[in-house]
Ligand binder design. Sequence first.
Ligand SMILES: *[C@@H]1O[C@H](CO)[C@@H](O)[C@H](O)[C@H]1NC(C)=O
Ligand SMILES: *[C@@H]1O[C@H](CO)[C@@H](O)[C@H](O)[C@H]1NC(C)=O
Length: 495
Amino acid sequence: MGTARCVAVFLVLFIFTQSRAHGQSLGPEPVGRRPQAVETEKALQKTVTRFLLFPAERSPGCEIGWHRPGSLQECGFNSSRPLVLIIHGWSVDGVLESWVHQLVAALRTQPVNVGLADWLPLAHNHYAISVRSARLVGQEVAAVLRWLEESEDFSRSNVHLVGYSLGAHVSGFAGSSIGGKHKIGRITGLDAASPLFEGTSPSERLSPEDAVFVDAIHTFTREHMGLSVGIKQPIAHYDFYPNGGTFQPGCHFLDLYKHFAQHGLNAIPQTIKCAHERSVHLFIDSLLHEDMRSTGYQCSNMGSFSQGLCLNCKKGRCNSLGYHARQELRGKSKSLYLVTRAQAPFRVYHYQFKIQFTNQIEKPIEPIFTMSLVGTKEEMQQVPVTLGERITSNKTYSFLVTLGPDIGELVLIKLKWEHSAMWTNVWNTMQAIIPWGGESRSSSLVLKTIRAKAGETQQRMTFCLENEDDLLHPAQEKMFVRCEVNSKALKRKVR
Ligand SMILES: *[C@@H]1O[C@H](CO)[C@@H](O)[C@H](O)[C@H]1NC(C)=O
Ligand SMILES: *[C@@H]1O[C@H](CO)[C@@H](O)[C@H](O)[C@H]1NC(C)=O
């Protein structure tokens, strides 16, 4: 964790020092000058941004624009299909990052026109200057969409902007500057940039106002000295926070060794970008593994999510992450949480377990459990369980367990209280001091039922001990089978 934090700090400071070198006063341009700037660009008949379409397999990109008559036909634009326009972010080296090509390829699996707004000349600059250019690029995107509307009768409602990092805010500026009665169909913000955007008003960044439907994936919001790379605050109708949004599995500094083997010296930027760019790869994954969609669940924070308290899909409280997100606007904006694997396919299955323990030992117990989960399709052995707190009284504990494979419907649970050195000592000491006659009720944890909820199927289940003995001893495994004993009454009691 510590080393991973160093990486984050390094990147944030890198961006920050660049911003500072050019003065913090270089914020986005004032709002009032927008329409004029667009008119100027149109008069020049040329934009700084190049708009490319990717019609055929492995095509390098075909430039379109009002300064190139006939370019739409030439570039294979099909006006009866939607347009997905990728917008890259701030650029360190002035070349397109490899994810752009991966995203183009993934989008080609869909019946859509795939485009790219290439604004590298402006993106390859000091960060604060690129931020200042973002509004202009957004206006150019809006101008191209208006041109498509005028020349092809192509509705902006068929447009989906996918912006990464600073490109997410470019998308927002496109949406807010397009003018007219109607909005752009959809904007997806992939780990939208935080520096100079966090905490600003909705008109200064990507916001739900900018399109009919706005979704965002936050993957690198870990803060240092009040700064982070990805924006923390909600900016969309549905804001997804995979693994809490702060950092991503598989991106730790220790993984640098693996990256070294793969990328040589390039491993350093690869590692730095890992969590930030994960937002893109989660989106790509949603296109390439359509049948393995990741579900996010509305929750107030990752702490509650980790207790399994948020696996609820009622009233639009859950949604699919990525391209196939349900474009539904019900009530307020929602922040959704989920766990992912460290690599594609990223999807996991989320389960909430609730166990009511009775601890009759005066000393609080900090147990380590493992659960073996037997499903109709597969069995997962020895899944570690941490309650995150000590067992002190007759309380119900709720926790989250995530599984990579699909085990089918859960039918059996084997719970084992793992031996820990500390506990063994307590156990032995107690056996020495207190003269028990065989098994005594005052000697261990008692539990009768385990209740479970599967997030992905929304199924609730109750499991009961197979035999009568409800005492749980260290190192002992207990078997729980499906039973549906007055779970309604239990639920009422617990909630
Ligand atoms: C344009 O898209 C429509 C709808 O997907 C499709 O039916 C049609 O064949 C496409 N036209 C060309 C020329 O590819
Ligand atoms: C837990 O429950 C048992 C049996 O119902 C009871 O004897 C015991 O006093 C309770 N302990 C606490 C801390 O409430």
